[in-house]
Write a protein that binds this ligand. Structure first.
Ligand code: ATP
Ligand code: MG
Length: 268
């Protein structure tokens, strides 16, 4: 199971929509996809799908259920692990709680090809933990200067403090291929010059009124408007999927321990 953390510096740049629509598009190509709403404390994958869940990851941390029991199948080939909003415990999980989640996710690895982790935004512990534990990190930004600046801050911390070796950049809400490339080149140059880090380009997703309409309808754009510009962008991302995400799959748990040991070294 290949794990991909979908993250950003600034909030509201489209992570959850990317996770949901990329997931559905992969499932349409016969991949078995699990989407973990890891934006704990501010969960909203269920809102985008228009479902309400009886149980959530909070019940797993309480020890009442296994992740397997809280999974919801949202479409053929795609399941979601819902989080819940407003639970302090989920906003600041302890290391042993994170370890439990990583362990149980690894136990699901036979059942899925791709695990998408919608991590939430910013330099918070859980965001950084899931980003450093996953096989791949997809940083989402829009062409807005504030989003680009915050994406750079995120990339810097992931590289310098969390030893993340490879980061893919996705430009959401781009006008066209040229704007996507321009934003990527700008960030790639800054990263190369200032932190000696080579960013990879994952592509761009069109700025699209259909996507906003789909959010209001609580039905993902690739399902509501399959031939809208943003839906076609997701199809392209899936077509390029294997050449973008080339890292070896590792259990989340092994990265978890590596990170803990690293923190001890930093702390001592
Ligand atoms: N490609 C797009 N075209 C037009 N609007 C978009 C696009 N992507 C996102 N949006 C708008 O941005 C809003 C926020 O998107 P989303 O919830 O996916 O962001 P997020 O990064 O997950 O936010 P948060 O950081 O709060 O979790 C959407 O509700 C939609 O209105
Ligand atoms: Mg979100």
């Amino acid at each position: 199971m290949k794990s991909i953390a979908i993250t950003s510096g600034k909030g509201g740049v489209g992570k959850t929509n990317v996770a949901v629509n990329l997931g559905l598009s992969l499932a349409a190509k016969n991949k078995r996809v699990l989407l973990f709403d890891a934006d704990m404390g501010l969960a909203n994958v269920d809102i985008l799908f228009g479902f309400t869940s009886k149980h959530n990851v909070g019940d797993v941390l309480d020890g009442k259920f296994h992740l397997r029991d809280v999974m919801v199948e949202v479409s053929n080939g795609m399941s979601v692990l819902p989080a819940t909003s407003g639970l302090l415990q989920l906003e600041h999980p302890s290391q042993s709680e994170l370890a439990k989640l990583a362990e149980q996710m690894d136990e699901l690895s036979q059942d899925f090809d791709v695990l998408l982790l919608d991590t939430g935004a910013g330099l918070r512990d859980t965001v950084l933990f899931f980003s450093s534990a996953a096989d791949e990190v997809l940083v989402v930004t829009t062409p807005e200067p504030t989003a680009i600046t915050d994406a750079y801050a995120m990339i810097k911390v992931l590289k310098s403090d969390y030893q993340v070796k490879s980061i893919k950049l996705l430009i959401n809400e781009a006008l066209d291929d040229k704007e996507g490339r321009d934003v990527f080149n700008k960030l790639a140059n800054v990263s190369k010059t200032h932190i000696d880090f080579e960013l990879d380009y994952a592509g761009w997703i069109a700025k699209d009124i259909h996507l906003e309409k789909a959010v209001r309808k609580r039905k993902p754009v690739v399902e509501s408007f399959p031939s809208a510009p943003s839906s076609l962008s997701f199809q392209r991302l899936v077509k390029d999927f294997n050449s973008i995400f080339t890292s070896q799959s590792q259990p989340l748990m092994s990265s978890f321990w590596q990170e803990l040991l690293q923190q001890r070294k930093v702390g001592s």
